[in-house]
Design a binder for this molecule. Structure first.
Ligand code: ADP
Ligand code: ZN
Ligand code: ZN
Length: 739
């Protein structure tokens, strides 16, 4: 009898190489190992170079391109059964092929760190806290001096049981330990809680209006279907999400909810927690490694019923997948822009299909891609065209900057409207997409401007910190007092940033709070919450900030939104710039008049006659998008053509460009350009030099996805083996969002 062929495992390891590595299972190990521990999706330790690393079994094989004698045996088996459910594993395989990214790196860059390090997941109850008998008896006057401790006691009194993880979002570990030492609170481990369906809701759901009802009726919970929930801000999309989740819960299924940024939208999380009496986990960048693993495990073992997270949460395993909701589907943060360049939105649709569940993509300003998918019948288009509560849509006004004097970027009529709003005890939101004091420092005598040495970019003046800062590479220096070119002392900060407008407004409204929200002002932990608290209190104030302010937050008492500069979006070279401008303006405008008083939106521009601005303002985003789509078709751009770019960067421009010429030559030798396939480049990136490196790209577009994928894989393999590939940093970006 011939000897049985030895088992060869093809293993993914954390490595940038686009391939798997073969290892042997020695017969004696195979014999005493249960088959489940050798299945795809299980981790093993293997020798890799001189190190021992954690790898993941991808597939079995009975042959290898290498001689058997050269193959090394695997080290230890870590898991007794696959770490990832097969369906999620399939998603990784799909994503690594589609996005042309090595599967090892795709897996290991998205798994919780502790799993990458080989930690064994233990079945999790959830660690929770409750009041002890002593704590329950605590009088209302006790602990008055210790505000945090008191607040924690009160929180537990209201909610009875709160998970450790969630308490830590509000309180420090120290506060929790102090109360534990005083025996006022005690911990317990809650196993997968059985939630009787009548106790599932903490608060009743709202009675839906008829458009909400029609929308919800079209979502089938028994199989895959993708809905684009296209509803103006305040039209009741979140209420639909909540009621769909409720349905999923009744079927004993979990819901995965993706949102662009959790820190900016604490209200969203709160609405979910206020509605449901079920375990909810949130995955965001602020978690410790342990908390992340714990949340991941609770999703995998079914303890968590609702999983709320940002982009990478799309890779969370679910025991009983029932529904995916992806809010603000147009948001750019769903696309990872480095390393494994996946789109969480597109993967969410693939995942819903593979796991046979419904998915809802929601937005007030849907992407042209998704709108097109409605037109061609792949998604169903659910439209909510009116606001749900009593509030009505805000009215728009264009302010012509050419014909009005302005100060610190604020035109006289905008100033008057701000004043008027504050006098009526309402709030104002001022939007300017440039942080810092001024975008340039220039010499009045000779015209010199402060430039970054490493980037094609000017340095931004940050007056409060007395610094010139490059917003692209973070280079910093003190603000020069003298022109280095002509020695003149007449240096002026030119142009407007949030910091300058803030200073100007504060000077004009000395008795009103002016609150700045941008990456600088919110660096301190809790700073954002402080702003939200003041705004939520309803007192008249002026909020000024970058697009952080445009995202999702619901300010009841804001009745005036002022956009200081609408022009930058009109003239960018990126083909998506008009779409983005329309989305941003509509989103910012949607912050106005969400309460009972109708809102106003002032848009300042030098181009009040620009047809796109007029269209947007007169007819709204959906007409605007309807005009943009045919233009994309005419110019053969996404979503009508599939696009990928190969990028290269190097300290020497010639190396980056030369490498992409090579890439193009290889590609053309495999598939010459024709009607269905085009090449463009190598071209310099829109910002050619950044952080000391020159950046180039080669654009490839095709009228079928199926053409692009195999071509890119073949090119990637050849490039990877080419000696020049070591001289540049290069990557492939499929469905790029930025050029
Ligand atoms: P969106 O998510 O589209 O911005 P929300 O779901 O936040 O909209 O709803 C906007 C406001 O309208 C909220 O205050 C919400 O409570 C209220 N609302 C939503 N649906 C209804 C409804 N059917 N009846 C009454 N009020 C509703
Ligand atoms: Zn000068
Ligand atoms: Zn720079």
């Amino acid at each position: 009898m011939p000897e049985p062929a030895p088992l060869i495992l093809r293993v993914a390891v954390p490595s940038p190489l686009r391939r798997l590595f073969d290892y042997l299972v020695p017969p004696e190990l195979a014999e005493k190992t249960p088959a489940s521990a050798l299945q795809p999706g299980c981790r093993v330790t293997v020798a890799f170079g001189r190190r021992e690393v954690t790898g993941l079994i991808i597939e079995h094989s009975d042959s290898s391109e290498f001689a058997m004698s050269k193959l090394k045996p695997i080290g230890q088996l870590i898991d007794s059964e696959p770490l990832l459910p097969p369906s999620l594993f399939k998603l990784f395989v799909w994503a690594s092929r589609y996005y042309q990214h090595p599967i090892g790196d795709a897996l290991f860059s998205t798994l919780p760190v502790l799993l990458r390090k080989g930690e064994r997941p233990t079945a999790q109850g959830q660690k929770c806290w409750q009041l002890s008998t002593l704590g329950k008896g605590l009088g209302p006057e006790s602990l008055k001096q210790a505000r945090q401790q008191r607040a924690l006691i009160d929180a537990l009194r209201t909610e009875q049981i709160i998970s450790d993880e969630r308490l830590l979002e509000q309180f420090s570990r120290g506060i929790i330990s102090q109360l534990k030492q005083k025996s006022l609170i005690e911990s317990l481990v809650r196993a997968e809680p059985q939630i009787a369906s009548q106790n599932m809701l903490k608060q009743d759901h709202l009675a839906l209006n008829s458009s909400q009802q029609q929308a919800i009726d079209r979502i089938d919970h028994h199989s895959f279907n993708c809905s684009l929930l296209d509803g103006v801000t305040g039209s009741g999309k979140t209420e639909i999400y909540l009621q769909c989740i409720e349905k999923a819960l009744r079927y004993e299924r979990q819901t995965l909810v993706l949102i662009p940024e959790i820190n900016l939208t604490p209200q969203t999380e709160k609405r979910f927690r206020d509605r449901f009496n079920v375990p909810i986990v949130t995955l965001h960048s602020g978690l410790s490694d342990k908390q992340r693993l714990s949340a991941w495990m609770q999703a995998r073992d079914g303890t968590a019923k609702i999983i709320l997270g940002t982009r990478s949460a799309i890779f969370t395993p679910l025991k009983a997948p029932g529904l995916i909701i992806l809010d603000e589907e147009h948001d750019q943060s769903y696309k990872q822009q480095e390393g494994f360049r996946y789109s969480a939105r597109d993967l969410a649709v693939i995942r819903a299909q593979q796991e046979n569940m419904p998915i809802i993509l929601g937005s007030a300003t849907p992407s042209l891609e998704s709108l097109n998918n409605c037109h061609n019948g792949r998604y169903q288009h659910l439209i909510l065209s009116a606001r749900a509560g009593n509030s009505i849509q805000p009215s728009w006004q264009l302010i012509d900057l050419k014909s009005e004097r302005s100060n610190a970027g604020i035109a006289a009529s905008t100033m008057a409207a701000i004043s008027d709003t504050i006098n009526h005890k309402q709030q104002v939101l001022v939007f300017l997409n440039r942080r810092g004091f001024a975008p340039a420092l220039l010499c009045h005598q000779c015209g010199w401007t402060a430039q970054c040495h490493s980037c094609d970019s000017r340095l931004t003046v940050h007056r409060a910190r007395d610094r010139l800062i490059c917003h692209h590479c973070d280079f910093q220096q003190r603000i020069a007092r003298q022109c280095p070119s002509c020695q003149s002392r007449q240096l002026v900060a030119a142009g407007e940033g949030t910091e300058r407008s803030e200073a100007f407004l504060q000077q004009h409204f000395p008795n009103t709070k002016v609150l700045r929200v941008d990456r600088d002002s919110t660096r301190k932990k809790g700073a954002m919450q402080e702003v939200f608290d003041i705004a939520d209190s309803g007192e008249p104030c002026i909020l000024i900030g970058t697009q952080m302010l445009a995202k999702g937050h619901h300010f009841e008492n804001v009745t005036l939104v002022a956009v200081l500069d609408a022009d930058s979006g009109l003239f960018s070279p990126d083909f998506r710039s008009h779409e983005r401008m329309g989305q941003l303006l509509t989103q910012v405008a949607g912050r106005s008049g969400r309460g009972n008083v109708p809102g106003r939106v002032f848009v300042q521009t030098h181009q009040p006659d620009h047809p796109l601005l007029e269209l947007l303002i007169a007819h709204g985003y959906s007409h605007f998008a309807d005009q943009l789509l045919p233009q994309r078709q005419l110019t053969q751009l996404p979503p009508f053509r599939y696009m990928a770019v190969i990028r290269a960067e190097s300290e020497r421009a010639e190396s980056a460009e030369g490498f992409l010429r090579l890439a193009r030559k290889i590609a053309e030798s495999l598939l010459p350009a024709n009607q269905a396939l085009g090449y463009l480049g190598p071209l310099p990136a829109i910002m050619e030099k950044r952080a000391g490196r020159f950046r180039y790209l080669l654009q490839i577009d095709a009228d079928e996805r199926a053409t692009l994928g195999p071509l890119l894989s073949a090119v990637a393999t050849q490039l990877e083996n080419h000696k020049d590939s070591r001289r540049v940093r290069w990557s492939i970006d499929v469905d790029p969002q930025e050029l």
